[in-house]
Design a protein around this ligand. Structure first.
Ligand SMILES: Nc1nc2c(ncn2[C@@H]2O[C@H](COP(=O)(O)OP(=O)(O)OP(=O)(O)O)[C@@H](O)[C@H]2O)c(=O)[nH]1
Ligand SMILES: [Zn+2]
Length: 293
């Protein structure tokens, strides 16, 4: 029995990576019976005799598990936001950040289309950049045909498994094509010969890039709050998490509780009031959510 990682899933087969080669494997019936199924990104035990298909025998414990795209063991997301077209929006940014944190996926914020800003807009955006950097987030700024993009992103990709996320039109495909030029070629041919959109025939695959792995399919929507309980929300906003240690009540939700360190920090300007407003909105959505069962 050997150990390896599933890098690709296609038409009921799983492909594990061994010394740079992909070995085609079948999942075993036992997984279906147990209601579990192997995911791209899973570390597995597999057997392979060198001739027929290999077989996945055991799925090793997962660090985390995403639904869109279906990938396990994801370290981080390159969270793409455009400075303009669509406009930069902290409501949406915070919603994405909270969802990523809830999956324990580290966000790296990539700000695209900086070239579309005038000086005043640039200065305004900078105040937000400073805020998010102070919280502890990494931010990479980029613009059309940025020749330094690879250089800027490479240190973050190394030794990590990453996915791309972000709303429509922000430049995810553009970024993916810069990072995975060979993919561009492939999708170009597919879309030409089949006359379809770029992503219609795609499967999920983790591709080696800059010494790490990158999913070839963007994922996450900012609306996946279903998995978050109200008591967990604080831990999805890093500066809230840090400061809430000083709240008087354990399990403080920072709404009406007395001696709440988070509310004090908002008043003192240590926590940005827009972050607090977004926290309140998300908390309310979680409270209003219909029970899952
Ligand atoms: N000016 C400018 N345009 C950009 C930049 N990055 C991407 N674009 C353009 O923005 C448009 C949308 O980019 P895409 O890469 O298709 O965006 P996407 O996030 O993949 O969009 P969906 O496929 O809808 O999810 C394209 O016309 C790109 O050429 C940038 O840094 N500056
Ligand atoms: Zn509190």
């Amino acid at each position: 029995m050997a150990k390896a990682q599933i890098r690709k899933a296609l038409s009921g087969y799983y492909y594990v990576e061994k010394e740079g080669e992909l070995i085609q494997c079948r999942g075993r019936g036992i997984f279906r019976n147990r209601g579990e199924s192997p995911l791209v990104g899973d570390f597995v035990e597999y057997s392979y005799d060198g001739e027929s298909d290999g077989s996945i025998d055991k799925i090793l414990e997962r660090q985390n598990e995403l639904v869109r795209p279906p990938i396990a063991n994801v370290d981080q997301a390159l969270l793409v936001f455009s400075a303009k077209e669509p406009d930069f929006n902290t409501v949406l940014l915070d919603r994405f950040l909270v969802v990523l944190e809830s999956f324990q996926v580290q966000p790296i914020i990539i700000l695209t289309k900086i070239d579309l800003l005038n000086d005043a807009e640039r200065a305004h955006l900078q105040t937000y950049i400073d805020d998010y950097k102070e919280i502890g987030y990494e931010i990479i700024e980029t613009y059309i045909d940025d020749p330094t993009l690879l250089e800027k992103i490479k240190p973050f990709l190394q030794e990590k498994t990453s996915v791309l996320a972000g709303q429509s039109g922000v430049g995810k495909s553009t970024l993916l094509n810069t990072l995975l030029p060979e993919l561009d070629l492939k999708t170009g041919i597919i879309s030409k010969s089949l006359g379809r959109g770029k992503h219609t025939t795609r499967h999920v695959e983790l591709i080696e890039v800059c010494g790490g792995l990158l999913a070839d399919t963007p994922g996450f929507s900012s609306f996946d709050f279903e998995m978050i309980e109200k008591e967990e929300l604080t831990s999805c906003l890093p500066e809230f998490e840090r400061i809430s240690e000083n709240c008087k009540f354990r399990g403080c939700l920072h709404i009406k509780e007395p001696k709440c360190a988070v509310k004090q920090a908002v008043e003192a300007g240590e926590i940005r009031s827009y972050r607090y407003e977004h926290y309140e909105q998300i908390l309310q959505e979680i409270i209003d959510r219909k029970p899952r069962y």
